[in-house]
Design a protein around this ligand. Structure first.
Ligand code: ATP
Ligand code: MG
Length: 408
């Protein structure tokens, strides 16, 4: 296999976007006569003119050897061993070239469905490239010689904005169905076209996603929705019938939550643009709300106990697909529970407005407003109340009471 070699100059990427730590690791490995490259998202995003989130390094040096070369390092993973090198401001992942072959050996395990269970057999760069998922993720960059090494036509695919697998599409998806979500993620992030053969294979194999580890699916969901492309991701997931597979809560419901989701995800992307924090709990509160809403609705006559049970059941069921860490559960529950508190205006409203989840709950209320047309809640009143100081709050409360009594 002969790679195409490009001089990186051609792409004029911002050199200062490169991590100094990554450079120093590569230079140390090369000084010991090992090969070492930046691979994956780091170089892909540089060529695209984006700021890479991180830099993954790949080398022919084996984990135990890397561990010896870098004091600040440790080996992680069992099924896919790699080394983390820790710096004050970042952790850099260093992986060793893998051969992806020789199922006879103990270092590799492929189950009877063709799925890769373990992949720890070291190999050459030529072998390593064919086990990477997409051509655009298989570009190697040596920052010291400033050379780009491309075995799969990844550079060309970046230029023509195409998502393509390295090798046979079906085989690669069967090996690891999570790659379906990676395809969607990169198509959304880069605004690339997904090839028709991939679209077909997604339809054929999408159900296999449900056999995958819920921790991995969770990680992918977070990367998909909290990286500035939530809206596009949502649309692509819908287009490929993946959204209801991952969040199967609209069973038997004729209601359409599209507008709710689109507004929510537009908002999510906008927040990130404004450098505001994005909260995992808030994301899942959005993703799962329609189910809670269908099951219990929110009205003044709500039964607290059954509402609580509904929330728990919805969250529990979702755990089988996406393992949301426990620490977010109370946030999700509070934001939902607080929706009921918005229906009642009274003395307790002052306390409520000081609640640590009030702000998030109020933002959530605004999102609901786009879906549940006739909310029982006086939204405008809450907007004014939220911004008011104590005296003004008291006045608003009194005026509200009079208004309600007046109507009687
Ligand atoms: P990001 O910008 O999210 O970091 P990335 O492409 O760097 O995107 P990583 O998950 O960091 O993604 O993985 C680094 C590289 O490892 C990928 O670019 C790809 O070459 C390879 N890789 C990761 N996951 C898989 C997978 N499931 N199957 C095959 N190759 C993979
Ligand atoms: Mg990466």
């Amino acid at each position: 296999m002969k790679p195409e070699i490009f001089s990186a100059e051609k792409f004029r990427f911002k050199v200062d976007a490169l991590s100094k730590n990554a450079l120093s690791i590569i230079s140390r490995l090369q000084s010991k006569k090992f090969k070492a490259y930046i691979v994956g998202g780091g170089i892909r995003d540089l060529i695209e003119g984006l700021d890479p989130k991180d830099f993954d390094i790949v080398t022919d040096c084996e984990p135990r050897e890397i561990r010896k070369l870098f004091r600040n390092s440790r080996i992680i993973g069992r099924r896919f061993k790699l080394v983390h090198i820790t710096f004050p401001n970042e952790i850099i992942e260093v992986t060793t070239f893998r051969s992806g072959q020789d199922p006879q050996s103990d270092s590799i395990e492929i189950n009877d469905k063709g799925r890769i269970i373990r992949d720890n057999k070291w190999g050459t760069q030529e072998e390593d490239v064919v086990r990477r998922d997409l051509t655009i993720n298989s570009i190697y960059y040596d920052p010291l010689s400033d050379k780009i090494v491309d075995y799969t036509g990844g550079v060309k695919d970046l230029e023509s904005k195409r998502i393509r697998f390295v090798g046979d599409v079906e085989k690669r998806i069967i090996e690891d169905p999570v790659r379906i979500l990676r395809v969607i993620r990169f198509a959304a992030k880069l605004n690339f076209e997904i090839e028709p053969t991939i679209k077909k294979a997604i339809t054929k194999y999408k159900n296999q996603l449900l056999d995958m580890s819920s921790a991995r699916i969770y990680e992918e969901i977070i990367k998909m929705f909290l990286a500035g492309h939530a809206l596009k991701t949502y649309q692509l997931l819908q287009e490929h019938d993946l959204f209801d597979l991952l969040f199967p809560h609209l069973e038997n419901s004729k209601e359409n939550f599209n507008e709710f989701y689109e507004n929510a995800f537009k908002d999510t992307d906008q927040r990130l643009k404004e450098n505001k924090k994005l909260n995992v709990g808030f994301l899942f509160a959005i993703l799962l709300w329609p189910k809670v809403y269908i099951k219990s609705g929110i009205s003044n006559r709500i039964n607290y106990k059954s509402f609580y049970l509904t929330m728990s059941a919805v969250m529990q069921k979702q755990q089988n697909i996406t393992a949301v860490p426990r620490r977010y559960s109370s946030f999700i529950r509070d934001v939902w529970m607080n929706q009921i508190r918005f229906n009642k205006v009274g003395k307790k409203s002052i306390n409520f407005a000081n609640n640590i989840r009030f702000r998030a709950s109020y933002d959530f209320l605004l999102l609901r407003n786009s879906m549940e047309r006739n909310l029982d809640t006086p939204i405008n009143w809450w907007t004014e109340f939220k911004a008011a100081n104590y005296d003004k709050k008291m006045k608003l409360l009194n005026a509200y009471k009079k208004g309600v009594n007046g109507k009687r």
